[in-house]
Unconditional design. Structure first.
Length: 264
């Protein structure tokens, strides 16, 4: 599964998007090895657009819990195959770019090279639970650092298998996983020098959590998302109106100051 230039396995979690599996198509174009985890009732449909060798069939269907059971299955699959870490990507990512001093240069790096360089960098640190890429729309002249530490890591993540946590929430599961690790003194790293280009109008895409959890995208759903995270982490999370909508808020810099530690 893993090519000579990639050290750790790459997984995509997807549901209901076989007609346009955005991340998988990008990886195939870039010759990036991956497995896309799909529910059994959708296997035949995904075979129409993705080679069968790249498909990992999940042992469950329509749990109504969002993506976290599939994410945990990929985690255990990587451990079963003897890996110390694994990559996990959302299914709506169409590219990886490079930024220099906050200026996005979208065609300046091959995805395979960015992944390999990131693995080398992340492997330099002990107590690093999760590393990953910032979103393209958060990169600009105001970004002065090549990476940020102890913050939320998004939709392209390299996860250390030894951490004693798992995906567990129906909503905001990525924020929760980062908080589990940071609360216990682990680190996270969010790269700015490499970033992912993700479809921003997710609500317009069929399938995934948009169909199963967020249908209608009503204000009460946004409130539920934010409040459910605040209920688990009241010491860190506030529910506010942000970006013109109800959203969770975490002051990462205030709460998590543990330094990075290099491997010997």
């Amino acid at each position: 599964m893993v090519g000579d230039s990639i050290k750790y396995p790459i997984y995509i979690v997807s549901k209901g998007r076989w007609e346009n599996p955005i991340t998988a198509k990008y990886f195939l174009k870039e010759n990036i090895p991956f497995k896309i985890a799909v529910e059994p009732q959708e296997f035949e449909n995904y075979k129409k657009t993705i080679p069968e060798k790249n498909i990992l069939v999940l042992p469950f269907s329509n749990l109504g819990l969002g993506s976290y059971p599939a994410r945990n299955y990929c985690w255990e699959n990587s451990i079963k195959n003897g890996f110390k870490k694994h990559w996990l990507f959302d299914d709506n990512i169409y590219g990886i770019g490079k930024s220099i001093k906050g200026i996005r240069r979208k065609n300046s790096i091959k995805g395979l090279v960015a992944l390999k360089n990131s693995e080398i960098f992340f492997d330099k640190y002990t107590k690093l639970a999760i590393g990953g890429f910032n979103y393209s729309y958060f990169i600009g002249p105001w970004v002065t650092k090549p990476f940020n530490t102890n913050v939320h890591v998004y939709s392209g993540m390299l996860i250390t298998n030894e951490i004693p946590y798992r995906w567990r929430l129906k909503y905001n599961e990525d924020v929760d996983l980062c908080l589990q690790a940071l609360n216990d003194g682990w680190n996270t790293i969010l790269l700015n020098i490499y970033y992912i280009r993700k479809v921003s109008t997710v609500a317009k895409l069929k399938g995934g959590n948009q169909t199963e959890l967020y249908k209608g995208n009503a204000p009460e759903k946004k409130l539920l998302k934010a409040k459910s995270l605040e209920a688990v982490w009241p010491q860190y999370v506030e529910t506010r109106v942000r970006f013109g909508r109800i959203h969770h808020y975490v002051n990462w810099k205030k709460h998590f100051k543990q330094p990075l530690k290099r491997n010997e």
